[in-house]
Design a protein around this ligand. Structure first.
Ligand SMILES: C[S@@+](CC[C@H](N)C(=O)[O-])C[C@H]1O[C@@H](n2cnc3c(N)ncnc32)[C@H](O)[C@@H]1O
Length: 392
């Protein structure tokens, strides 16, 4: 279960905050960014921290975390999302949402709740289509962006300047106050950005060990300990035949908080849909030989890396979503699963229905056709992403 070489923060990581030079016992000199210093200070005070805590700070530490400072997604950012491909994704979703609402909630007020709205582009695309093609629906729609960070909320307000009368913000499901909503709760690449616990299989003891982050010679290093008692109920079950052969050090990630969020979202839906679009796996898919190192990745400038501990705040960290856990959580709250399908299939079916109502969709041109190919082609985003839809 040796993690290999220590990961060293690179020189020159500072992003406009105070830099700090230290000299270690080995006479090594590093320049640390402010977030590296903050995390190292927490480890000094508390001892090794779980990887989930490291990831939480790396992505969301106020003012310093990756998602606190990186507004751009797409060509000029570190990765693409379907939203960043262009407005077509939001337009297709809006068309689908309108059809769902016509069937499920034909009268009275409806609510859309978007989680993980980042820079507000998806909301803008959905509202623009709805305003152009379904003003009747817009007139009874409240749109809420779920956002806890003041920095990201400011980006969203800027993008949605012309939609401010139609939108509102809430920092959490509870703060939103929609306990019995009629409408749609949705997200794109939201739950893959939640801090995960990282586990490695100890073949000798046939037990999971949890990855922690410590500091050695002034750089972050891995340490392993038994999983914390409060979430041992969420450890992946390893059947006896698999335990015989599962290699030492085989890694998986678990995110009990994501399933808890999904269940809370499901509970607040009186009538409508709960859906998410993301990369992820179902139960049987985690233990495949090609996944021995787990699904966690770091992303910078469109390059994936396994170097998870370097440059906190400077690179994205992401892990696959556990769709089985989400389905179970939604079903436990009374939802029925309508489908888990590749994005290619989901969007192609919507596209086919837009063809039956050409007046309610923008005409096709080369640019839009290219966007559709990127969203749906198996070699681009079409197979990598899945769409989970549950309903009540
Ligand atoms: C990969 S980005 C996707 C952004 C956008 N949905 C898109 O598709 O382009 C993940 C987003 O989820 C947000 N996020 C993660 N956890 C969150 C939480 N608990 N509350 C609100 N946003 C969260 C991050 O801040 C980030 O903006």
């Amino acid at each position: 279960m040796d993690e290999g070489p220590l990961f060293r923060p690179k020189i020159g990581l500072d992003h406009g905050t105070v830099t700090h030079k230290i000299t270690t016992g080995k006479k090594m000199e590093c320049t640390f960014n402010a977030l590296t210093r903050q995390i190292q200070e927490e480890i000094r005070l508390r001892g090794p921290i779980s990887f989930a805590r490291f990831m939480e700070l790396a992505l969301y530490a106020p003012g310093l975390g990756y998602y606190e400072r990186r507004r751009e997604i797409g060509r000029g950012g570190d990765f693409f999302t379907s939203v960043s491909v262009g407005p077509l994704f939001g337009q297709l979703l809006a068309f689908q949402f309108a059809q769902w609402m016509d069937a499920d909630c034909p009268n009275g007020g409806i609510q859309f709740l978007e989680a993980g709205p980042h820079n507000g582009m998806l909301a803008s695309d959905i509202l623009a289509w709805t305003s152009r093609h379904r003003p009747d629906l817009l007139a009874r729609l409240e749109y809420c962006l779920l956002e806890a960070s003041p920095a990201r909320r400011a980006w969203q307000e800027e993008t949605l300047r012309s939609w401010l009368p139609n939108v509102r913000w809430a920092s959490s499901m509870e703060a939103c106050g929609w306990r019995q909503m009629n409408g749609i709760i949705f997200s794109n690449e939201f739950l893959d950005a939640w801090p995960v616990h990282r586990l490695a299989w100890c073949a000798a003891r046939r037990q999971w060990q949890e990855a922690c982050v410590t500091v050695e010679d002034a750089v972050f290093a891995w340490a392993w300990r038994p999983p914390a008692a409060e979430w041992t109920g969420h450890l992946p079950q390893v059947p006896a035949e698999l335990a015989e052969v599962l290699p030492d050090g085989f890694k998986v990630e678990v995110c009990p908080a994501a399933a808890a969020w999904w269940r809370a979202a499901a509970s607040s839906l009186r009538r409508g849909k709960l859906l998410t679009m993301d990369y992820g796996l179902t139960d049987g898919e985690w233990f495949q030989p090609g996944r021995a190192q787990g699904t966690l990745r770091a992303f910078t400038r469109h390059h994936a890396s396994a170097d998870l501990l370097s440059q906190p705040g400077e690179q994205d960290l992401t892990a696959h979503v556990n769709f089985s856990a989400l389905m179970e959580a939604g079903q436990a709250a009374g939802l029925r699963t309508e489908g888990l399908a590749p994005q290619s299939k989901f969007l192609t079916e919507i596209l086919a229905r837009t063809r039956l109502a050409p007046e309610s969709f923008e005409p096709w041109n080369e640019k839009r056709t290219r966007q559709f190919q990127t969203l749906a082609h198996p070699e681009h985003l079409g197979h990598k992403f899945q769409v989970l839809v549950q309903a009540r």
